[in-house]
Design a protein around this ligand. Structure first.
Ligand code: NAG
Ligand code: NAG
Ligand code: NAG
Length: 129
């Protein structure tokens, strides 16, 4: 009796802890995406980036896909992208993205599709990738 109560308390604490960690990383992702200036819509949902144009998330609210092919994007890919630990697809092709590729891209272990053709990206692909 006592031990099953204890297990239930631990389970509840664990779930609470887990959602806190997830929403914190989702908020950091939203902040990083906002800084890019790629979403020029004034009605962006500031409580979640999951319904922004071209964004897909998992159930936990972490960004899994960024599809912004042919959206007149300028500026560079931010180093914070390396913290998008659930990202599987990044399509920024046919834009005006410039600058070098951040080395942090190498930390994206889930990334399966990286589409960057037809931009103004300079430098070489970091060896780490
Ligand atoms: C930003 O504006 C351009 C030009 O109106 C549009 O083509 C593009 O889809 C917009 N991008 C986003 C991410 O909302
Ligand atoms: C903003 O996103 C949250 C979380 O996904 C959602 O519950 C809410 O309805 C959205 N608000 C608007 C105005 O779309
Ligand atoms: C990535 O996340 C780590 C750990 O949360 C943090 O220390 C670091 O500043 C982040 N890096 C970037 C570029 O956002």
């Amino acid at each position: 009796m006592v031990s099953s109560f204890f297990i239930a308390v631990v389970a509840i604490l664990w779930v609470t802890f887990d959602t806190t960690v997830t929403s914190q990383s989702s908020f950091l992702e939203l902040e990083a995406l906002l800084k890019t200036g790629w979403w020029n819509n004034t009605n962006l949902n500031m409580s979640s980036s999951c319904n922004w144009l071209g964004i897909a998330c998992d159930e936990g609210g972490s960004v899994t896909k960024i599809d912004l092919r042919d959206n007149e994007l300028k500026g560079s890919i931010p180093p914070e992208i390396g913290n998008f630990s659930k990202l599987t697809r990044l399509d920024l092709s046919y834009n005006y993205v410039s600058g070098e590729l951040p080395i942090s891209l190498a930390r994206l272990t889930q990334l399966k599709e990286l589409l960057l053709s037809n931009n103004h990206i300079t430098g070489s692909i970091p060896l780490e990738i």
